[in-house]
Design a protein around this ligand. Structure first.
Ligand code: ADE
Length: 225
């Protein structure tokens, strides 16, 4: 899989992709993530990428030409399955959307800023708009990192068998059961006996029951999905 992220703040994305699972996935060749500095595609000698809104109003708007230049350059070399714009008014991101995206080959993600992008970008250059939640971030970068993380950890080989994404909360419509580690007793707080019993079958049943109970309590909405 290949993910191309277009941003005017490339530094903001260095850290999420330069560490831990996302870095290992790239090192193993399971995903290629390329960050593109939008300013490098500006037609302007001052590398300008935004301008005042026609009709007035506060806030700058990202211009279409640097974005189109960058997208065209990328599209010359490969076809994209999805060109995503991160936006608070997009489709709500979910595990289902992550699963779907993890099956794609090439994805482009445009990070918005300021008061948004020229509407013609959204109308003509984008195939999909995604929001990570009902709140406004100062830019799409952190949202793009969230989406990429959720997608990349699903790619075969990224996680080991034990930590496989298939056993995640949400994948089976249940939240995860509680987990414990040593010590088995801390200041009078004890780990449930069944987990120390060594009885594999009982442990599995207990975990399942806990997951069902927790889902009822915490996410009753899961039922309806
Ligand atoms: N850009 C700003 N806020 C956002 C959000 N909630 N989701 C995706 N992109 C965004």
């Amino acid at each position: 899989m290949r993910i191309d992220i277009i941003t005017c703040l490339p530094k903001l994305l260095e850290s999420p992709f330069g560490d831990s699972i996302l870095k290992r996935a790239q090192d193993k060749g399971l995903v290629e993530v390329n960050i593109h500095d939008l300013r490098a595609y500006s037609n302007d000698k001052h590398r300008k990428i935004d301008d005042y809104a026609f009709g007035g109003g506060a806030g700058m708007v990202m211009m279409i030409d640097p974005i189109a230049n960058c997208m065209e350059a990328l599209k010359k070399d490969r076809e994209y399955d999805e060109i995503i714009y991160m936006s608070p008014d997009g489709e709500q991101f979910s595990q289902n959307v992550a699963n779907e995206l993890s099956l794609k080959k090439n994805i482009m993600i445009l990070c918005g800023h300021y008061k948004g992008v020229d509407e013609r970008v959204r109308e003509h250059l984008i195939t999909r708009e995604i929001s990570i939640g009902d709140y406004v971030l100062s830019g799409g970068e952190l949202a793009a990192a969230v989406v990429s993380d959720a997608v990349i950890r699903l790619l075969p080989g990224v996680l080991s068998d034990e930590t496989s994404a298939l056993t995640d909360s949400f994948q089976d419509g249940l939240v995860a059961p509680p987990v414990y580690t040593r010590p088995s007793e801390y200041k009078g707080m004890k780990v449930p006996d069944v987990l120390l019993s060594g009885h594999e079958r009982k442990i599995q049943d207990w975990r399942f029951d806990q997951a069902v109970e927790r889902t009822k309590q915490r996410r009753p909405d899961f039922d309806k999905e």
